[in-house]
Write a protein that binds this ligand. Structure first.
Ligand code: NAP
Length: 256
């Protein structure tokens, strides 16, 4: 397949790029600077030039609180993936945040998004599926690239920082290279791509700190962070099929 990857400058896009040479597919990567997915003219030009069979739609506004305060987030998180899905077979990267209540949630479980970002992802899922596309739900990705807790943790600890980490939210950390490999299987329908091990970010960070031997980790509660948008405390996904995080701590320390 010829696969176009939007939002390719982000964490997941970086992991997909690293797998390009081994992939049986021909991958084209378009970062935001190369294609703004919200601009119909840039979309049409990208589809005309690259003639993809499929799009892995990784472009998104992922800063959860900013999605509530910035009306432009709707365009990239909802309007754009639905518009692309009308033109080409599209795999939407979605989020475990579409679920409410205690997990683990199966792919066909009822959605109950809380908050603007979660609601945007749920509406994008519905629109992309209605257009004949597919949904790849992910959560708590860590690995090289990007600006998330899981991609900057090792470097911060190595620099001797004291890192605050949530201890009252259950997560299934997912190693981005494993995620990339699973995504490139291009399974049709609605699928979960998630690591098998469970932890709090605090437990995860302690294991990384123990391996690095520098910096410090202190536990913090969700309520202490002063976040404006709700976050699920247990949005675990099932089935969890990718490697557990404790098998990837060495890789994280070696590559970030
Ligand atoms: N990482 C996780 O833990 C996680 C968890 C659940 C779901 N997801 C989903 O997985 C997908 C990929 O996430 P990620 O971790 O790779 O996020 P990311 O690191 O924030 O990457 C998203 C990329 O999209 C780009 N982008 C934003 N607006 C765009 C636009 N108008 N046109 C083109 N590109 C645009 C961003 O560019 P700028 O940086 O320049 O804005 C960024 O490079 C997203 O759909 C996200 O919701 C991720």
């Amino acid at each position: 397949m010829r696969i176009l990857i939007s939002g390719a400058g982000g964490l997941v896009g970086t992991a997909l790029r690293a797998r390009a040479a081994e992939s049986p597919h021909a991958l084209t990567f378009l970062a935001r600077s190369e294609c703004d997915v919200t601009d119909p003219a840039q979309r049409n030009e990208a589809l005309r030039r690259h003639r993809p069979d499929a799009v892995l739609f990784c472009a998104a506004r992922t800063a959860v609180d900013a999605c509530a305060s910035d009306p432009s987030a709707e365009a990239v998180n909802v309007t754009a993936p639905i518009a692309w899905a009308a033109e080409v077979e599209t795999w939407l990267l979605s989020s475990n945040f579409v679920f409410g209540g205690a997990g683990p949630h199966a792919p066909a479980a009822r959605l109950a998004p809380a908050g603007v970002y979660a609601d945007q992802k749920a509406r994008a899922e519905a629109g992309v599926l209605a257009a004949g596309g597919h949904v790849a739900r992910v959560g708590w990705v860590y690995g090289p690239g990007g600006r998330t807790f899981g991609s900057t943790l090792a470097a911060r600890l190595r620099a001797g920082e004291t890192v605050r980490a949530l201890h009252d939210v259950l997560v299934q950390p997912t190693w981005s290279p494993d995620l990339a490999e699973a995504l490139l299987g291009m399974p049709r329908g609605v699928h979960h791509h998630i690591g098998r091990g469970e932890a709090s970010w605090y437990g995860f960070a302690l294991a990384v700190q123990a391996r690095i031997g520098r910096g410090a980790v202190v536990p913090v509660r969700l309520a202490e962070l002063g976040l404006t948008e709700p976050r699920p405390r247990d949005a675990r996904l099932a089935p969890a099929t990718l490697a557990p995080w404790w098998e990837r701590v060495e890789d994280l320390v070696a590559t970030t």
